[in-house]
Every structure is written in structure tokens, then in C-alpha cells.
Design a protein around this ligand. Structure first.
Ligand SMILES: Cc1ncc(C[n+]2csc(CCOP(=O)(O)OP(=O)(O)O)c2C)c(N)n1
Ligand code: SF4
Ligand SMILES: [Mg+2]
Length: 285
């Protein structure tokens, strides 16, 4: 077996993804989640290399296909902490179909989207979250928080900012705890500026608005969350914090039998299964 040690990030100095990596390390360490129980599935993009930089199991998935890969890992062994981590291009453009259906199926994984309004790795084309005018973009930006809120089976929706480490670490801890309790997907979008092709640090620092600072904000009320988030956006601000936390059946609850060992831990040797195999063949004769 070959053991890979964490490498130094390949990101440009100042990239927002450094903040996500630092918060993720702190959250996993504070929650005492062991490296051997953690699998990070990276997307394709600058953000998608994050699993190379901390001690854990890692899979570099295909562009836009990190979610089905992560779901497969979780179903094979629900005892693992499974984190899918990629970019806004990966998740909201080529992977948009998987994004919607994974929100709908609600597997107990954590999904971190590093949102920078651009395709960083391929040198700055507009992503679905790009503002009008960015590199000739004509479309109004897609909003993943409102989209996630509109799907009735979502159970955890949050947004952080890599310029606010304390808030981001707390949100990550909550998302991980939510997913690891089997309550469904912990979806966390992180505003993570691309300093090389779309440096939004200054604007975002001025625009972020923590909904949890509002006394009357109720994270368990989907309708109010939708209304308040839309209102804040209309004022030109970007809502952050724990936006919604509710209850719905998870994918594992709907599909797995908990009397059995997880598939990945079952004895799949020929000897242990020969009798069942013979019986299976007999049924076809
Ligand atoms: C199937 C496929 N299509 C296109 C590409 C080219 N490609 C690589 S990364 C990328 C976009 C990355 O943007 P994003 O997911 O936002 O990540 P970032 O680099 O901004 O972190 C694209 C289009 C690819 N690798 N595979
Ligand atoms: S190109 Fe942008 S997203 Fe990619 S590493 Fe550099 S700053 Fe980060
Ligand atoms: Mg991007």
C-alpha cells in the first residue's frame, strides 16, 4: 500500500481556498474525527485539490461528478465522514443535475462549494454565479442557497466566507455534526475569492450579512428563511450563517438495512459466499 502525505496547496497566494482548508482542518480536529475515518471527494478545479492538503482518504473525482462519488462512498460505509468539496463551476454548471438530485435525496454527507464566481483553474471564464459584466457575462447570477431552500427534503443549508474564519469553522462543525448524526446533507457554500481572476474580497467583506445575528431569525422555518434571504439579497447584501436546519429522511434511512454490516465491511471472500452463490445459481436453473 502506498501512503500519501499531505502536500502544500498549489493555490495562488491569497486564494480564498486557504481559508476553507484552515477551517476544515480546525473543524475536523476540534470534533476529533480521525483521518482514517474521513474521505474527501474533490471536484475538478483549483478548489477540487483540497483533499491533497490534509491527512485523510481522498478521491479526485471527475468534473461535476463529485457528488455521486461521495454518495457511493457513504452508502458503502455510512460510518465514515464523507466530505465532497469543489467549485461553483463544478457544482452549479456541469454538475447542476447532480447538485439538485443530491439535495433531493439528502444523503448524510457534507458538501462544501468554494464559490468564487469564476472558473479559476481554466483561467477566469464566468461561472453560473458570475455577476453581470464579468468577462462579458450577460446572465444574472444563480443563487444556490435559494435553490436549496426550494427543495423540501433539504435539512442543512449554510453560507460562510473565507474572510471570516471563526464563523466558517463553526458552520463546518455544525455541517459535519449534522451529516455524521445521519440527519442528511450538510450543504455549505463558502464565498472563497479567486484573487487572480475575480478578486471580490473587498466587495464581499462589505456585503456579507450574518442572518444568525438577527434575534428573530429562526433557522427551522423554511418559509421565513426564504423570505428573509430574498429580502437581504434585494438590499444588495449577501446572507451568510446557518440559513436553515430542519428534518427529513436521509438517503441511508430510505435505502439501507442497518441490521447488516456496511457493504464495505462485509466479508466478500469466495469461501464466505460460496453457499449463497450456489443457491443463487440454482434459482436460475
Ligand atoms: C468534463 C470536463 N469539462 C471541462 C473541464 C475543464 N475544466 C476544468 S476545471 C473547470 C472549471 C473549474 O471551475 P470551478 O469548479 O468553479 O473551480 P475553481 O477552479 O474556480 O475552484 C473546467 C471547465 C474538465 N476538466 N472536464
Ligand atoms: S486561480 Fe483563483 S481559484 Fe485558482 S488558486 Fe488562483 S486564486 Fe485560487
Ligand atoms: Mg469557481
Amino acid at each position: 500500500m502506498k501512503v500519501y502525505t499531505p502536500t502544500t496547496p498549489i493555490w495562488c497566494p491569497g486564494c480564498g481556498d486557504f481559508g476553507v482548508l484552515a477551517s476544515l482542518k480546525k473543524a475536523l480536529s476540534d470534533l476529533q474525527i480521525r483521518s482514517k475515518d474521513t474521505v474527501i471527494v474533490g471536484g475538478i478545479g483549483c478548489s477540487g485539490s483540497i483533499h491533497n492538503n490534509l491527512e485523510c482518504y481522498g478521491i479526485h473525482s471527475l468534473h461535476g461528478r463529485l457528488l455521486p462519488t461521495a454518495v457511493g462512498v457513504k452508502l458503502a460505509n455510512p460510518r465514515l465522514t464523507v466530505i465532497a468539496a469543489g467549485g461553483d463551476g463544478d457544482g452549479y454548471a456541469i454538475g447542476a443535475g447532480h447538485f439538485l438530485h443530491t439535495l433531493k435525496k439528502n444523503p448524510s454527507i457534507i458538501y462544501i462549494v468554494m464559490q468564487n464566481g469564476t472558473y479559476g483553474l481554466t483561467k477566469g471564464q464566468p461561472s453560473p454565479t458570475a455577476l453581470v459584466g464579468y468577462e462579458g457575462n450577460l446572465d444574472l447570477p444563480f443563487d444556490a442557497i435559494l435553490t436549496a431552500l426550494s427543495i423540501p427534503s433539504t435539512t442543512f443549508i449554510a453560507r460562510g466566507f473565507s474572510g471570516n474564519q471563526m464563523q466558517l469553522t463553526e458552520l463546518l462543525k455544525k455541517a459535519i455534526t449534522h451529516a455524521n448524526s445521519g440527519h442528511g446533507m450538510g450543504f455549505l457554500e463558502v464565498l472563497s475569492p479567486c484573487v487572480t481572476y475575480n478578486d471580490t474580497y473587498k466587495e464581499w467583506r462589505e456585503q456579507v450579512y450574518d442572518v444568525n445575528a438577527e434575534k428573530d431569525y429562526n433557522v427551522q422555518n423554511r418559509l421565513l428563511a426564504f423570505t428573509r434571504v430574498s429580502g437581504i439579497m434585494n438590499e444588495g447584501k449577501i446572507p451568510t450563517g446557518l440559513i436553515y436546519s430542519g428534518k427529513a429522511k436521509s438517503l441511508e434511512e430510505n435505502t439501507l438495512s442497518y441490521e447488516k454490516e456496511p457493504v464495505a465491511l462485509q466479508d466478500i471472500s469466495i469461501e464466505a459466499n460460496m453457499q449463497k452463490y450456489e443457491q443463487f445459481l440454482k434459482d436460475f436453473r
